[in-house]
Design a protein around this ligand. Structure first.
Ligand code: HEM
Length: 129
């Protein structure tokens, strides 16, 4: 049987719901901190970019782990709040690094827009619609 890498990770490491959530939230902190360093403090350091990229990857993987743990499988159509979270993730993970490069001014404003998007992602997980 062909197994997705996440399912394999799930079985081999057997990460619990609680620990997926811990990972999810910890790397949300780190993802937003590094986005803040780039946009608010104008950091051009390489490690900031690398940690930002890795953080958003872990947010995605742990989000999918959480989906598995609360019983949302990939076969059935995804609930709206999950689709929303994928969209918010895309805005932050892809839009973040692009705007660091593109925008010369208004970076603080852009950071707070991204912050609001992250708050929306949390709102969707808490209220589930
Ligand atoms: C940067 C974007 C994201 C942020 C800021 C975010 C934020 C959060 C927060 C704060 C929670 C905890 C909510 C609670 O304790 O009730 C959570 C849970 C969750 N997130 Fe995310 N999330 C993001 C991306 C994603 C993605 C991409 C997925 C799907 C792949 C996802 C799937 C989930 C799931 C399934 C839960 C568990 C809900 C539950 O326990 O009932 N998240 N998220």
């Amino acid at each position: 049987m062909v197994q997705g890498p996440l399912r394999l990770l799930n079985r081999k490491l057997s990460i619990s719901y609680e620990n997926y959530k811990l990972l999810h939230i910890s790397f949300i902190f780190l993802g937003l901190i590094t986005l803040g360093l780039a946009l608010l403090a104008d950091s051009k350091k390489k490690w900031v970019k690398i940690v930002n990229g890795i953080s958003f990857l872990i947010i995605l993987v742990s989000g999918m782990g959480l989906m598995a743990r609360i019983g949302i499988s990939h076969g059935e159509p995804l609930p709206l709040w999950i689709k929303g979270k994928f969209a918010f993730w895309g805005v932050l993970a892809i839009g973040g690094p692009i705007s660091v490069k593109r925008f010369e001014s208004k970076k603080p404003l852009i950071f707070f827009i991204f912050f609001s998007v992250a708050v929306m992602a949390a709102y969707f997980a808490i209220n589930k619609f």
